[in-house]
Design a binder for this molecule. Structure first.
Ligand SMILES: *[C@@H]1O[C@H](CO)[C@@H](O)[C@H](O)[C@H]1NC(C)=O
Ligand SMILES: *[C@@H]1O[C@H](CO)[C@@H](O)[C@H](O)[C@H]1NC(C)=O
Ligand SMILES: *[C@@H]1O[C@H](CO)[C@@H](O)[C@H](O)[C@H]1NC(C)=O
Ligand SMILES: *[C@@H]1O[C@H](CO)[C@@H](O)[C@H](O)[C@H]1NC(C)=O
Ligand SMILES: *[C@@H]1O[C@H](CO)[C@@H](O)[C@H](O)[C@H]1NC(C)=O
Ligand SMILES: *[C@@H]1O[C@H](CO)[C@@H](O)[C@H](O)[C@H]1NC(C)=O
Ligand SMILES: *[C@@H]1O[C@H](CO)[C@@H](O)[C@H](O)[C@H]1NC(C)=O
Ligand SMILES: *[C@@H]1O[C@H](CO)[C@@H](O)[C@H](O)[C@H]1NC(C)=O
Ligand SMILES: *[C@@H]1O[C@H](CO)[C@@H](O)[C@H](O)[C@H]1NC(C)=O
Ligand SMILES: *[C@@H]1O[C@H](CO)[C@@H](O)[C@H](O)[C@H]1NC(C)=O
Ligand SMILES: *[C@@H]1O[C@H](CO)[C@@H](O)[C@H](O)[C@H]1NC(C)=O
Ligand SMILES: *[C@@H]1O[C@H](CO)[C@@H](O)[C@H](O)[C@H]1NC(C)=O
Length: 680
């Protein structure tokens, strides 16, 4: 057919045609996409600002081009320009008169360029701008001197982005003239010192200092600041100036991923709502008795060598100096060394709604002494060393709003009997990795080694992984409408009957490593996610076929195949399946191809699924060539094995018959053959 020869030729010509057209056939205008007063010319391999756009444009986007210089006449034609974005170019210089006619320019984005090269000339150009409000100079390899020059006399800027540069220290001059600055991003620099740098920025509200090398923040007194992010530094101390009478406007303070040993010395009056202190080395030290250790330091002083007025003295052991935490809503203390809460500490936070204490060293949780408030919504004390939880009926009534309670990975072997039945709004409870059973009978004492879940009627999610549970009574979950139930890692668990009451509601069920066999899943009408890994299952559970699962974990069983009809039915509903750690038969992997073909299905760790061939050799299913099975499949081999003796016997019998019954026939035939005359 002639068309066949023509198509490859056409395909070969097309790319050439496409490369040539922008240069020759169309005017460069076609490179930009115009929408009202915005011209979008991103990623068009431009080496200069297009000169043929409408004069009225107010916004010009030129991301990811190859512009190296913004020349004096680049923008002359666009006097109405308000927003210019040149991010990700190769810009080294802005010529000094580039903005001479830009009288309404308010927003400039030079992120990810090389302005460190021509910073003197570029600074002169920027300093002509009187209306600029937003300036992005991130990722330009700028140091503090270059920044000083570039900012020069710019007074109108409100939002400044200097992230991802090489700034090491900030002195009092650098931002001095930026009187209107409200937002400053300095993350991902090499800052190790800040010396009174923000004293002129009375409107600064958001300051990001994350990912620098700051060793401490002492004498903090930016009363107007609302958000301070100093995460991922080397901060040992955070100390606010204590003698300020004004109320600090601070709402969010992020000091996570630092080296804090002490709780930060917060302002005495503030509106602080969100305090992030995760991944420090923080603890409380009330129990450090100064009578046995009289020489222990009681104060720490910080001297400002240049300016003695800024000396800071902090009384270390006086734990009432944590500052004003009365507005706190979120306190994140994950990953610290907290062993207890100082007396009255929690009580000082009447609005606290989320307390995250995961990965600390708490040994007991006494709701009576801590006096949590009624606004507590989420309490995560997982991965501590809790061996005791105490709560009176009064405490539990107060905690009426508690919705999420994570006690997993502690050392609990008993709990207050009334704890869960009294918390009427509980939705999610995690008790995994504790020694807590499910009660067979209703407990009578105040503390119990088991929990009677029947009375926790609003609970939706219950996690009881690895609690050493053996037997769950049939009525354990009656009257509940759990959607998530995690019972994995309880080997030998007897559970099937008790789940009948959850047939209509359960969406996730975890039964990994429980050694269940022959479990009937067919009645679970809402089940979407099922974990039956590590159960030594040799047969694929046929009851899974009809229930419309989305996620299925079958890892570490001893399955040899998944029957074709089952695989076909599952593939239509599943979105994720886990299958590694089985001993699949390499020559019965039709299911794999069924799953693979289904675009909506993700086979997790697909390339790690292994199978075993007839000679007990291990292969990766994905790379195994099924055609090898025709040579060495079991049936063929067995046919040969069985067929050969049958043939041999048959031939043997025939020969014997021939030799004994009709020896004459044989003789005759031999004779005949031998006596036959040759044709030549
Ligand atoms: C900066 O631009 C270069 C090239 O345009 C790109 O490869 C790189 O990912 C960009 N970096 C960032 C942080 O955006
Ligand atoms: C800033 O303004 C002052 C006086 O207004 C001038 O002397 C100085 O040279 C200017 N600096 C820059 C970098 O433009
Ligand atoms: C500053 O720039 C960086 C990198 O270009 C970006 O990730 C960050 O979001 C910007 N900051 C603000 C406040 O827009
Ligand atoms: C602080 O900055 C880091 C890095 O940009 C970011 O991951 C974190 O979410 C920020 N913290 C807050 C409270 O916004
Ligand atoms: C704070 O107020 C007290 C008395 O109300 C006063 O003696 C002190 O000087 C004030 N401090 C400042 C820094 O204004
Ligand atoms: C021990 O600490 C208390 C309270 O912090 C203080 O009153 C007392 O003087 C201290 N004793 C010594 C020996 O430092
Ligand atoms: C405390 O300091 C004094 C004098 O410096 C010294 O004699 C004494 O042994 C110290 N005590 C302790 C417990 O270190
Ligand atoms: C700060 O400390 C230095 C060194 O101890 C001292 O000389 C100076 O008087 C102190 N300044 C104030 C204001 O306390
Ligand atoms: C819990 O706190 C209350 C009140 O402070 C106290 O009476 C009780 O002994 C504490 N319980 C434990 C186990 O510490
Ligand atoms: C639960 O929270 C609401 C509002 O957040 C509050 O009005 C109510 O008093 C709280 N309940 C308890 C038991 O404190
Ligand atoms: C409880 O905390 C553990 C450890 O921090 C975490 O792995 C688990 O997902 C949490 N449980 C729930 C239900 O969020
Ligand atoms: C757990 O608690 C028991 C006593 O209840 C104690 O003997 C054991 O050391 C604790 N284990 C850990 C890891 O804290």
């Amino acid at each position: 057919m002639p068309l066949r020869g023509f198509t490859p030729l056409l395909l070969w010509i097309l790319p050439v045609w496409r490369v040539l057209t922008p240069v020759n056939a169309h005017p460069p205008l076609s490179r930009c996409h115009l929408m009202q007063n915005t011209a979008v010319c991103n990623d068009r391999r431009l080496s200069s600002v297009p000169a043929d756009l409408s004069q009225n444009i107010e916004e010009l986007q030129l991301h990811q081009n190859h512009i190296t210089t913004l020349t004096d006449d680049s923008l002359r034609r666009y006097p109405a320009l308000r927003t210019l974005s040149l991010a990700c170019n190769e810009l080294t210089t802005i010529q000094s008169a580039a903005f001479r006619d830009s009288h309404v320019l308010t927003s400039l984005n030079f992120a990810n360029n090389s302005l460190s090269v021509g910073f003197h000339e570029s600074g002169a150009a920027l300093n002509e701008l009187r209306t600029l409000q937003s300036l992005d100079l991130s990722e330009n390899k700028l140091d503090e001197e270059m920044v000083g020059v570039l900012l020069g006399n710019l007074t109108s800027v409100e939002r400044l982005n200097l992230s991802g540069n090489v700034i090491q220290r900030l002195d009092e001059d650098i931002f001095r003239r930026l009187h209107r600055l409200t937002e400053l991003d300095l993350q991902r620099n090499f800052l190790f010192e800040i010396d009174n740098a923000f004293h002129g920025n009375h409107k600064l509200q958001r300051l990001n200092l994350a990912f620098n090398s700051l060793p401490c923040l002492t004498d903090f007194h930016l009363t107007q600041l609302q958000v301070l992010n100093a995460s991922n530094n080397l901060i040992d101390w955070f100390i606010s100036r204590q003698d300020v009478n004004e109320t600090f406007q601070l709402e969010t303070l992020d000091l996570s991923h630092n080296n804090l040993l002490f709780f930060p010395f917060l302002p005495t009056r503030s509106h602080l709502q969100n305090l992030y202190l995760s991944d420090n080395r923080l603890s409380f030290y009330e129990h450090l008795d100064n009578s046995t250790n009289p020489n222990i330091t009681t104060t720490v002083e910080f001297y400002n060598l240049k300016n003695y007025a800024a000396n800071v003295t902090a009384q270390l052991w006086q734990e009432d100096l944590h500052g004003d935490v009365s507005s706190l809503l979120i306190l994140d203390l994950r990953g610290n060394h907290v062993t207890y809460f100082p007396q009255g500490f929690i009580q000082k936070m009447p609005l606290l709604s989320r307390l995250k204490m995961s990965v600390n060293c708490l040994e007991k949780l006494n709701f009576t002494s801590e006096r949590f408030s009624g606004s507590l919504y989420e309490l995560d004390v997982s991965r501590n060393e809790l061996n005791h939880v105490q709560a009176s009926d009064d405490d539990l009534r107060t905690l009426g709003n508690l919705t999420y309670f994570n006690l997993s990975q502690n050392n609990l072997s008993f709990l207050p009997t009334r704890l869960f039945p009294s918390l009427l709004n509980l939705r999610s409870v995690d008790l995994s990795y504790n020694d807590i059973d499910v009660c067979v009978e209703e407990p009578v004492n105040n503390f119990s080694r088991c929990v009677d879940w029947k009375h926790v009627r609003n609970l939706k999610q219950l996690y009881l992984k690895s609690c050493n549970i053996k037997n769950i009574p049939n009525s354990a979950f009656s009257g509940m409408s759990l959607t998530h139930l995690e019972l994995s890692e309880n080997p030998g668990l007897n559970v099937e009957q008790s789940l009948q009451t959850l047939w209509t509601t359960l969406q996730h069920l975890g039964l990994g490593n429980t050694k269940i066999q022959n479990f009937d899943f067919s009645e679970f009408q809402s089940l979407k996610s099922l974990n039956i890994s590590s159960n030594s299952l040799s047969q694929f559970p046929t009851s899974l076929r009809q229930i419309g699962l989305k996620s299925l974990d079958l890892r570490d069983n001893v399955l040899s195949t998944i029957p074709a009809d089952q695989a076909g039915a599952l593939a239509t509903t599943l979105t994720t399946v886990y299958l590694t750690g089985n001993s699949f038969n390499c020559c019965q992997t039709e299911w794999f191809r069924t799953f693979e073909k289904q675009e909506t299905l993700n086979i997790a760790d697909k390339s790690d699924i292994k199978c075993v061939d007839f000679f007990r050799r291990t292969h990766f299913v994905e790379r195994f060539d099924p055609s090898l099975c025709f040579v060495q499949t079991e049936p063929l081999f067995w046919y040969i094995v069985l067929f050969v003796p049958v043939c041999v016997s048959f031939v043997g019998i025939s020969v014997i018959l021939l030799l004994t019954v009709k020896p004459k026939v044989l003789e005759n035939s031999i004779k005949k053959k031998c006596l036959k005359p040759t044709p030549y």
